[in-house]
Every structure is written in structure tokens, then in C-alpha cells.
Design a binder for this molecule. Structure first.
Ligand SMILES: Cc1ncc(C[n+]2csc(CCOP(=O)(O)OP(=O)(O)O)c2C)c(N)n1
Ligand SMILES: [Mg+2]
Length: 358
């Protein structure tokens, strides 16, 4: 018997949790302005997260999915993309939207059950939050196909979870993206859990990155809690896609430090030791540590930034809470360009005085 094909999956990490540089740093790590911008965006994402949980706990927001611990991936993705690229995220990566210019009050509106929250005033072609897992991977293929067909140098970026890679939609998307050589970047946020199902029970595959190799394109792993590493690999994947070199998959290794959502209690299925292990690998602490160590950031800068982010989320929450609610008829308004007759009648009936009162 002879070997007919061989593959390897590479891993990139530059800065470990003890702030040791384990590989020669890429150029981007030498640019304090950009690193500070990234740190600010990660800090803002964390402040947003805290605020959203507090609002939910006080009955002022719906069920919410925390991004605690996954900020480096979301922000690296958001900042690496160009405004004309299209983001197709899932429910956990608020930092990606925020760093592309989506406003905090828009995201709060969405999580408060108001569809107007996804009607972004910036990045109008970015997709709404995908709550069904993995179903947006084929959508990303469609977007990438359109870019290629129109010869536009734009990229579709799909963020999904480890659990999402167990879905048929994901495999079909991989296959189509590779076969048609499309400008799509898949970023798998492997946070080790799909609600209460651990990564080991999701798949026997040694890595999730190798699922891309099965489809015929590059899959790699990156330390998802190292902003520099994620940004470096994202830059490369976007450049390749934009240059006509086809899709990529980046498996970003991270950990969901919070509960799955505000409707979950993760203490029921995972240990305090595991959480503590990952707390020491916190991506926000790591980038702050690097900036402090390299002399580009001070404790005073940090305190000022914390207050600035708190003020920004408090102000956005006020805007969100003050906004008049949508009318009940608006449930008909966002799916069809022109409403089918049956729905038009129902919409009209709902608008009549007394309708819906019970
Ligand atoms: C198509 C579909 N099936 C089932 C669910 C229920 N569900 C919600 S979250 C989740 C786990 C997702 O895990 P993962 O993809 O790893 O993302 P994470 O929540 O860890 O970020 C499941 C199964 C869903 N949302 N969509
Ligand atoms: Mg997961």
C-alpha cells in the first residue's frame, strides 16, 4: 500500500498567556496605534457584554449570549475586514459588529427583541445575527459567489462555532466554496463547548481545521486568545480571498468564559478548575499586558478607557430604553419586499383598534 496524499494542520500563536513571545512577531505587533485600537475595541465589547447581562438580569433585555473570553477573535475579524466586505456572524460575536461600526444601541435593540436593531446604519450589507447554527455558512457561499460573479474584490466572512461544524450546512458550504474557488473566510470559534456538549463529543476529528482540507482548501489553527495571532492569520486569509486564491478556514481556539446564554448555568456541566485555567488565558488581559509591558500603555490610560467604555454603554442603554416600541404590525414588515395578500389582510386587522388586546 502506498500513501497517496498527506496533509498537515499548522497552529499559530505569538504571545502566550505569560506574555512570552513564542514566535518572531509579525509586523502588525510593532504598530502600537493599531494594537491600542484593537485593545479599545475589545474593552468596549467586554463593557457591552457586562451591560447587556445587567439589563437582562433586571428585566430590560431578552435572553443574551455573552462573548466573554472570545473578544480577540471577534475584534480581529471586524478590524481586519474592509467596510465593503460582508460579515455573516452568529449570536456571540458582538465585537465583530461593533468594530465594523455597528452601534451599541442597535445591538441592544436586537437583543431586546426589536428588529430595527439589525437595520444597521453602517455596514448595511452585513447579515443579521444567525441564531440557527451553521445555516449561515451556505449564505456566505452565496455572498462569495456573487462577489466572484460580479468581479468585485470583496470577501464574505462567516463566523461560526465548534458545534456549528457538526452540521450538514457547514460541510456543504465548505464543499461549494472550494469547488467554486470563492472569496470566503470561515472562522470557527472553537470555544470547547456547544451549550453543555463538550468539543470531544462533537467530533472525532483531531482538529476542526482539517474539515477544510477534506473539502480541498487550507485549514489552520490559531490561538484565539492572542489578538496578534488571529489578526495576522485573518489578514492573510482576506488577502488570499481578495486576490482570487479562494476560501480559507481558521479554527480559533478559545473558551466561552460565561454561560451559554443568560438562560444557562454552566456550573452544572463544567468545573471551576477549567474556568480558572482559561481565566488565566483571558484575551483582554493578554493584550493589555503586552501593551503595558511594551510601554505603550499605562495604568492611567487603562482607567480612563474603562470609564470611557462604561459611559459609552450607559449612554447607548439610555437610547435603547427610551426608544418607542415597535408597532405589533411590524412583525409583517421585514421578510417580504411586497407582502402576500393573506398577510396584508392580517396586518390590516392587527392595526384595527382593540386588536391584540386580551
Ligand atoms: C440549527 C440549530 N440547531 C440547534 C440549535 C440549538 N443550539 C443553540 S446554540 C447551540 C450550540 C452551538 O454551539 P457552537 O456552535 O459551538 O457555538 P457557541 O454557542 O459555543 O458559541 C445549539 C445546538 C440551533 N440554534 N440551531
Ligand atoms: Mg462552541
Amino acid at each position: 500500500m502506498q500513501c497517496v496524499a498527506q496533509f498537515e494542520v499548522c497552529y499559530t500563536g505569538y504571545l502566550d498567556h505569560e506574555l512570552r513571545v513564542t514566535e518572531p512577531l509579525p509586523e502588525l505587533a510593532r504598530d502600537p496605534v493599531n494594537l491600542i485600537a484593537a485593545y479599545r475595541a475589545m474593552t468596549e465589547a467586554r463593557a457591552f457584554d457586562r451591560k447587556a447581562i445587567n439589563l437582562q438580569r433586571t428585566g430590560q433585555l431578552g435572553t443574551f449570549a455573552s462573548c466573554l473570553g472570545e473578544e480577540a477573535i471577534a475584534v480581529a475579524v471586524g478590524l481586519a475586514m474592509r467596510p465593503e466586505d460582508v460579515l455573516l456572524p452568529m449570536y456571540r460575536h458582538h465585537g465583530a459588529y461593533l468594530s465594523r461600526g455597528v452601534r451599541i444601541e442597535e445591538l441592544l435593540a436586537y437583543w431586546g427583541g426589536d428588529e430595527r436593531g439589525m437595520d444597521f446604519q453602517s455596514v448595511r450589507e452585513d447579515f443579521p445575527v444567525a441564531v440557527p447554527i451553521g445555516t449561515h455558512a451556505p449564505h456566505a457561499v452565496g455572498v462569495g459567489y456573487a462577489f466572484k460573479y460580479r468581479k468585485e474584490p470583496r470577501v464574505a466572512v462567516c463566523l461560526l462555532g465548534d458545534g456549528g461544524t457538526s452540521r450538514g450546512d457547514f460541510y456543504e458550504a465548505m464543499n461549494a466554496a472550494a469547488t467554486w474557488d470563492l472569496p470566503v473566510v470561515f472562522v470557527v470559534c472553537n470555544n470547547l463547548w456547544a451549550i453543555s456538549v463538550p468539543r470531544k463529543l462533537q467530533s472525532r476529528a483531531q482538529t476542526l481545521a482539517q474539515k477544510a482540507i477534506a473539502a480541498g482548501f487550507d485549514g489552520e489553527q490559531v490561538d484565539g486568545n492572542d489578538y496578534i495571532a488571529v489578526r495576522d492569520r485573518m489578514d492573510r486569509a482576506l488577502q488570499r480571498a481578495r486576490g482570487g486564491e479562494g476560501p480559507s478556514l481558521i479554527e480559533a481556539l478559545t473558551y466561552r468564559m460565561g454561560d451559554h446564554t443568560t438562560a444557562d448555568d454552566a456550573r452544572r456541566y463544567r468545573s471551576a478548575e477549567e474556568l480558572e485555567f482559561w481565566r488565566q488565558r483571558d484575551p483582554v488581559d493578554r493584550l493589555r499586558g503586552y501593551l503595558l509591558q511594551s510601554g505603550h500603555w499605562t495604568q492611567a490610560d487603562d482607567e480612563a478607557l474603562q470609564s470611557e467604555c462604561q459611559a459609552a454603554v450607559d449612554q447607548a442603554a439610555e437610547i435603547y430604553l427610551q426608544r418607542p416600541p415597535q408597532s405589533a404590525q411590524s412583525i409583517f414588515d421585514y421578510l417580504y419586499e411586497s407582502l402576500p395578500r393573506a398577510y396584508a389582510d392580517q396586518r390590516k386587522a392587527l392595526a384595527e383598534p382593540g386588536a391584540g388586546d386580551d
